[in-house]
Structure formats: structure tokens, C-alpha cells
Design a protein around this ligand. Sequence first.
Ligand code: PLP
Length: 522
Amino acid sequence: MPMNAQGRPSAPDAVEHIEIPTISGDRGLDHEEPLIFELGRECVTGVDIPQVQISDERLGNLRRRAPIGLPGLSEPEVVRHYVRLSRMNYAIDAGLYPLGSCTMKHNPRLNEKMARLPGFGDVHPLQPQQTVQGAFALISDLMRWLTTLTGMPAVAMWPKAGAHGELCGLLTIRAALEARGEKRTRVLVPSSAHGTNPATAALAGFTVDEVPATDDGHVDADALEAKLGPDVAAIMLTNPNTCGLFEPRIKEMADAVHKVGGYFYCDGANFNAIAGRVRPGDLGVDAMHINLHKTFSTPHGGGGPGAGPVVLSAALAPYAPLPLLVHDGNELRLLEDRDAMPSGAQPFGRMCAFQGQMGMFVRALSYMLSHGADGIRQASEDAVLSANYILASLKDTMSAPFGDGPCMHEALFDDTFLHDTGVTTLDFAKAMIDEGYHPMTMYFPLVVHGAMLIEPTESESKESLDRFIHVLRALAEEAKAGKRERFEGAPRLAPRRRLDETAAARKPILRWRPAELPQAAE
Ligand SMILES: *Cc1c(COP(=O)(O)O)cnc(C)c1O
């Protein structure tokens, strides 16, 4: 097989599996594409740049001695390169994206149009405050939507992702405890929690104490109460939880934590299931991040961009991070100076250099205004309906550990149905790629074996769900019938075959070097 300079196959292996291998290595409209460094030639350029006179004296020994080594390509070559790469990609705009916990929903184009309006798109964080009153008004409106939807009195807008919001929430809790003169060290985290929850608690200086799940996929409320004591700073619960189930005893758990003086942090990543129907404030939540990029649209593949505002209860509101956005007469103003705080405010510090993710705020508010309160509620209901349709349609063929009752916005399966077939959850997910689907979330949550977590969201039509169900059902039946070939080594039809994902994550090679230099992992 031809290898590129990084030791990766430079032609799709799949060519071997079709009957007529092509001469070019391309397959119809699927083009093979090397790295841009392999394509480029140093003698070529797409732009004419005037020769610059560089004075040695001014650069001293920093003057570059060798050519910079950037690939030289003409404009059409660059355009083709990126278009070809984009065609190897999977996106919600290309097909159903069932990744559980991630809420991969349609991003209305209206959002993009609004975010690109020059008054929002070109705003600079160092502009004088009088010149960005419109942007502040937008943030202020979004704050009102978030506090209204959650039934919470305050919100810190600035965290830049869900995990950043978790950190903001726990730092707020830590500040509140310090103000009470208490040193509490323990944070209770259920075994079904997203990995960011225990990581955040540890980063904020707490020790993590795991709460087990019951056999029906809920947090074990009795085990939780048994763990409560005067050293408990907080619990971190996800609701609906990561098994896709609403926690029926959530109010009881919140009360118990409050009784011992702790706070209730809710991971709000699953808010899409309940927005417009349940107000977390009514459940006793003290702090909850909202992944604007999940619940209120915005494309979020590849790690960004995102925004994770944190709504806060009255008990935590005084400790919200800087800056504070306040109405001052006819003006909106950012208060940044700790010495000039309104009475009672004791911000714990800052979460980021400036004022959060403006583009995300515009998209989220566009989404809210275009849906309206009733539309947001309808979106949640439809997301739950879609997930239940999948659960009900597949639970006789695949195995649903908690499939007796309805689920919320995601359907959880385990690998019991693959028992003795020699096919694993990973094989099953990779076979979905050959069928034109992005895999579901795999091996999370950890509380079930070989988990497959499917979140269709409200974006899909019944026809689209039926087609997806048909494919999964057929794949499950093939696995059970012992047809392992389809699964072994899948995907076969993707631009790349199965990758060593552990090595890719642990030893990524992030910098290109010419083939003659050693290829160190960096
Ligand atoms: C996505 C997610 C997070 C983290 O959010 P990011 O925006 O990716 O940082 C935390 N908890 C749960 C349950 C999630 O699904």
C-alpha cells in the first residue's frame, strides 16, 4: 500500500475491495487527496508578493537562514484541496448525526446570517463600551431568556464551553463556601457522569466521591444520602442523566444536599430534552451550565466553538465571575473593577479575558427568537419523541438495558445483543460508516457494557428515522446471523480504513516534516 511521509496510507485501501481498482486511486466523485505539503512546490505561489528589503541589523541573529518551507500552490489547487477534504467529512448538513449527549441538531441558516451582521460579526472586545450598546443589549436579552427558561435569578455568560461552565460553577461554589468560612472538600459525582464532571471537581481542588447507579439506570438516591456529611461541598448531577433518563428523585436529592449545607450543580448538557417544560430552578439546582452550542444550535464538531453560560441560584449569584453586565441609567455597562461592585457582589474572579463568545450569543438568541417559547418547548418534545421512536423500534433487535419505560432525548443500548457474535460495539459503529451514518456515541455512559447512545434530536423527519432504524436493524440481524465480514475491519468504503485511534490520540503527529527528517510524535 502506498504510504505518505507520515506513514499513513496515501491511497484508500478500499480500492482493493471494489471489483475494478481505478487507475487514478480516486473512486468516482470521491477523490483521494494528499497533504497540502505533499502537493505544494516551493517554486510556486498563488500571489505576487513584492520583494522586501530585510535589514540584517534589525533582525540580528533571528534572521531566517533556510526557506520557510510553506507549500506553494496556485489558487485553484488550494480551492480543490479544501473542497476535496470537505467531501471526506461528515456533518449534520450531510446526514443524520446520532452522537448521543452531543445534541447534534440542525443549525438554522438564519443564525448564521445574524451572526455575520457587521454590527455583531465585526465587534471588537476593546471597543469603547458606548459603541457596543447593541451587542450588550443582545447579551442582556439572552440572559433574560436563559434565566426565564431555567427559573434561576442570575447567569454568568462568559464560560466558553460546557466544561468551562462546570469550572465556573464549582469556583462559584468554592467562593460561596469560603465566604461562609467553611472548608468543604468532597464533591459527589454519579458513576454515570460525563468525564468532565469529576475532572472539573478535581481541577477546582475537591476530592471526587463516586455515587453508584441503580439497576434501572438512575442515580442511587439512597447511596447518595448515605454519603452526605458536613464536608460535602456539592453534588454534580446530570438531568436528564447520561442514560437518557429523567431522575425521578432529583428534588429529594437536592433537598438532602441542601440540608447538609452543600450545593447542587447540575450538568445542563441535556437541557434539550426539557427546555420549555422543566425549570431546573424548581428542582433545587444552584448552578447549571447550558451548552448553547447543543441546546440552542450552532455547529460544534471538532471541539468548537461553544459557549457554556452558567445559571445561578440566589445563594450563588453574588459570587458570579467578572465582568458584571449592569443597566446604568440608559446605558449597559460592564463592571470590571472589584472595588466598584454593587452591594453584595463578591465575584470570585474572571473566567476569560474578554466577554465570552459573541457569535454563539447571536446564534442562540436568533434560535430562541425564531422558535419562540412555544417552539422551544416543541423542539424538546420532538427530540424526546424521536428518541423514543428509535428505542421502541429497535429494542427487540438491539438490547436496551433500561428499555422498559420511555426515555428522554436519547436512547441507550448495550452490547448484550452482540453476545457471542464476535462483533463488538466498535465494529458495529464502524459498519455504520459504510452505510453512510456517523456512529452513535460508543462506550459512554460507563454504567452499561458496550454502550451505544443514540440522540436523533428533533431535526429528523419520520422518514429519516425510519431509514436509520431499518439500517441498524439490518446490521444487528447480520451480526446475529454470524456475518462478521461486514464488521471486521469496517469501514471499508470510507476514505480511510479503521484507524488506531488510541495511537492517534496519545501520539499525535501534529507537524509535518519532509520525509527525510525523523517523524517524532509531537
Ligand atoms: C457535552 C457535554 C459536556 C461538556 O460540554 P463541552 O461544551 O463539550 O465542554 C459535559 N457534560 C455532558 C453530559 C455533555 O454531554
